[in-house]
Design a protein around this ligand. Structure first.
Ligand code: NAP
Length: 349
């Protein structure tokens, strides 16, 4: 067996950081050997610095690691996953890339930059082609790769199989889980038996990120996919799982069965290469008329699949359907780990 690649986690003590630690426990290729956080945590054992908030116990292999400050030159391995607070992520991630690290980030800070891939391995693996340009532009020996916002990735994966039909316009309404707001997140008095029809910057992220993800990389620049995206985002009293109601207008005449067939047949580089975290089928259409449902479906397939359902004709656009994804797995740590697996499979870690 090959020795595993050492990996660090920036922001390891936070909510997303903990999801990285849990997702990477027993990973066949990567081993967490380094954890970083703020100077409030630096110098403490990970188990002392971290209030473990996920199900199960803290993986023993990281509990005794000493938390370092998020500065390069503190023994961090070449590969670092980033889950640092957005207020500091720009500076921290850039300092690591400059110092030669590969930063696989979950933060929003660099997603929309012209020389940074916003990667979904099944959808746009060719966007990694921008990395030589990124290094040249920035004078970095390292690199930064990002994954999308947690509701955007659900939409992008559900729409990707429909691209051959020519997506012209899409209108989406989200029902987003409270875990997407981190910890302590939304006050219980606000979210219990209620819906909050506002999530800061979420609609803008869904609209711009989806166009970049589905767009083409022409060897020099990303060209946004020429479709209009309109999003309305809502927080609902669900623990895990973002459900998205999608209406879509297509250029080609197609029937429901063709669209469902395209979703179920959709595969990408992770499946072809058998990457360790890749689901066998990334988009699964559920034919029961009341599925997908967050509580029943979101944990299936290790949280890495987008479930779709209720495909039907739309009297305004052409078709409408539902899509569901695990916001802290496929929408955060699992997405970033799959990005790193894709990069390793291409020899660019
Ligand atoms: P969080 O629980 O508040 O954790 C923030 C992490 O950043 C902690 O490890 C914290 O360390 C560290 N940090 C704070 N200030 C720092 C500084 N000055 N220098 C170095 N490290 C510092 O936040 P989160 O919910 O995990 O979110 C982390 C990132 O992921 C954010 O960029 C967020 O936008 C993004 N994100 C979150 C979600 C989600 O579901 N929560 C989903 C997608 C993306 P200490 O413990 O030492 O303070």
């Amino acid at each position: 067996m090959q020795p595993r690649i050492e990996a660090g986690v920036l922001g390891a003590t936070g909510m997303v950081g903990q999801h990285f630690i849990r997702f990477l426990a027993n990973h066949p290729w990567f081993q967490v050997t380094w954890v970083g956080a703020s100077d409030r945590s630096a110098g403490k054992k990970y188990s002392e610095a971290t209030a473990w908030r996920l199900g199960g116990t803290m993986p023993a292999a990281v509990a005794d690691l000493t938390v370092e400050e998020c500065k390069p030159g503190k023994g961090a391995p070449k590969l670092v996953f980033s889950a640092t607070d957005a207020s500091v992520a720009t500076e921290i991630e850039q300092s690591f890339a400059k110092a030669g690290h590969t930063v696989v980030s979950n933060s929003r800070n660099h997603r929309m930059e012209a020389d940074v891939p916003l990667l979904v391995p099944e959808v746009n693996p060719e966007h990694l082609g921008v990395l030589p340009l990124q290094k040249q532009n920035r004078g970095w020996s390292g690199q930064i790769v990002t994954n999308p916002n947690c509701s955007t990735i659900v939409l992008a994966m559900a729409l990707a199989p429909l691209k051959p039909f020519g997506i012209e316009r899409t209108l989406v309404t989200t029902m987003q889980a409270i875990s997407g707001a981190g910890y302590p997140g939304v006050a219980s008095m606000d979210i219990n038996a209620n819906v909050i029809p506002f999530i800061g910057s979420e609609e803008e992220k869904m609209e711009s990120e989806t166009q970049k993800i589905l767009g083409a990389f022409d060897g020099a620049a990303f060209n946004a996919h020429p479709m209009a995206v309109s999003a309305q985002c809502n927080r609902v009293p669900v623990v895990d799982g973002h459900l998205v109601a999608v209406s879509v207008q297509l250029a080609a005449k197609a029937g429901e069965a063709e669209l469902i067939g395209a979703m179920n047949a959709f595969r990408g580089a992770p499946q072809e290469r058998g990457l360790p975290s890749a689901p066998a089928q990334p988009v699964i259409y559920m034919s029961d008329r009341d599925r997908p449902q967050p509580r029943r479906d979101v944990e299936r397939e290790n949280g890495m699949v987008v479930f779709t359902g209720r495909m039907r004709k739309c009297p305004v656009f052409d078709f409408k359907f539902l899509a569901l994804g695990h916001n802290t797995v496929r929408g955060a740590a699992g997405a970033a780990v799959l990005n790193a697996e894709l990069m390793h499979s291409e020899g660019i870690l």
